[in-house]
Ligand binder design. Structure first.
Ligand SMILES: Nc1ncnc2c1ncn2[C@@H]1O[C@H](COP(=O)(O)OP(=O)(O)OP(=O)(O)O)[C@@H](O)[C@H]1O
Length: 326
């Protein structure tokens, strides 16, 4: 028997005052899956997560988590872990004391609190710092403690809003290691992020939200396989930043700057590259126009390319735009 989904969203709409920020959103989150939620600023990602957490009430449609309505039932809300970007812990308490406070606030029975705190510490790799004051820990550890607090209630759905924004590489890797193991608990994870590498590392499924609508919903492996079945893209590394004439030649060949010294084609623009996909013809074109080419590389397209296609209104031809279902 298939277990009940962790969460279901049906025909969801939401407005702030008269401004519609989510419309016709239909989603099902299975237990144990990790879903990346991508979208431009203002797309409605945080609003969707707040609706899933029962902190906003739908204007139309329904949200169900672990079989109940989070807007109406505090028991259902306890099955949802909301991990906001900002750390919401007491800096003058230790990590363990913080978790004990949150276990009590969550209404866990007294006998269940110590085991829940111990489990949350272990799952987030914080056993060694359990007795340190939260206020003296680095930002990365504080984020992990924030996640630990959210896990105390054995949630069915974990909502993470940009979990690694503003932390260094080591802390980011540590947070990813924690998040990678969470689906083992049977929870569904929804991770809002602007970081494509993070989404590729953590998520089995990707959602793209734009202007309040789901523009793409698919398995990451399938989406990338289809994208990579197409012709390759090129990346040009420059010896020095391109002047106006060189920049014009690069743009004419279908490139855009990823940084001052690295220009990339994308899947759509790549079709206009002078000489097609032929690297030698491309090099000749660029040299003719005085582009200071250091190296031309073949680049495997990733989620960034897919995202650009979708948000530019041009999803890959064989991908079903989600609104077509509505
Ligand atoms: N409390 C509010 N009152 C009125 N409008 C709001 C409120 N919160 C958000 N909005 C607006 O709703 C829209 C969606 O915002 P939301 O924060 O959900 O987007 P987002 O995708 O999370 O953006 P970001 O990536 O910048 O965090 C935006 O236009 C935003 O300005």
């Amino acid at each position: 028997m298939t277990p009940d989904p962790a969460a279901t969203v049906r025909d969801l709409a939401f407005s702030y005052r008269n401004r519609r920020v989510l419309d016709r959103v239909d989603l099902v989150f299975a237990r144990g899956e990790t879903v990346a939620l991508l979208g431009p600023n203002g797309a409605g990602k945080t609003s969707l997560m707040r609706l899933l957490a029962g902190r906003l009430v739908p204007e139309r449609g329904s949200v169900r988590v672990a079989g109940g309505d989070p807007g109406r039932s505090s028991a259902v809300r306890r099955a949802i872990a909301w991990v906001p970007q900002e750390v919401a812990l007491y800096p003058r308490l230790t990590v363990r004391e913080n978790l004990e406070v949150f276990a009590r606030l969550l209404g866990l029975p007294r006998a269940a609190r110590a085991p829940a705190v111990a489990r949350a510490l272990t799952r987030t790799g914080l056993d060694d710092v359990a007795s340190r004051l939260v206020g003296v820990l680095s930002g990365g550890y504080q984020r992990r403690a924030n996640i630990a607090a959210a896990l105390l209630g054995e949630p069915a759905l974990v909502l993470l809003d940009e979990p690694t924004q503003g932390v260094d590489q080591a802390a980011r890797a540590a947070i990813h290691a924690v998040l990678e193991r969470l689906p083992e608990t049977g929870a569904a994870l929804l991770v809002a992020t602007h970081d494509f590498a993070e989404a590729e590392r953590l998520a089995g499924r990707v959602l793209v939200l734009q202007d309040g609508r789901i523009r793409l919903d698919g398995r990451l492996a399938d989406l990338l396989a289809r994208l990579r079945a197409g012709p390759p893209e090129h990346e040009v590394a420059l010896a020095e930043a391109a002047g106006p004439a060189a920049a014009a030649a690069l743009r004419q060949a279908g490139f855009h700057p990823a940084s001052p010294l690295v220009w990339q084609t994308d899947r759509r623009a790549g079709d206009t590259v002078a000489g097609g996909r032929d690297g030698a013809a491309l090099l000749a074109h660029l040299r003719r126009h005085g582009v200071p080419v250091r190296e031309i590389r073949v680049r495997e397209p990733g989620l960034d390319v897919l995202y650009r296609d979708v948000t530019a209104g041009e999803p890959p031809a064989d991908l079903r735009p989600v609104e077509a279902v509505a």
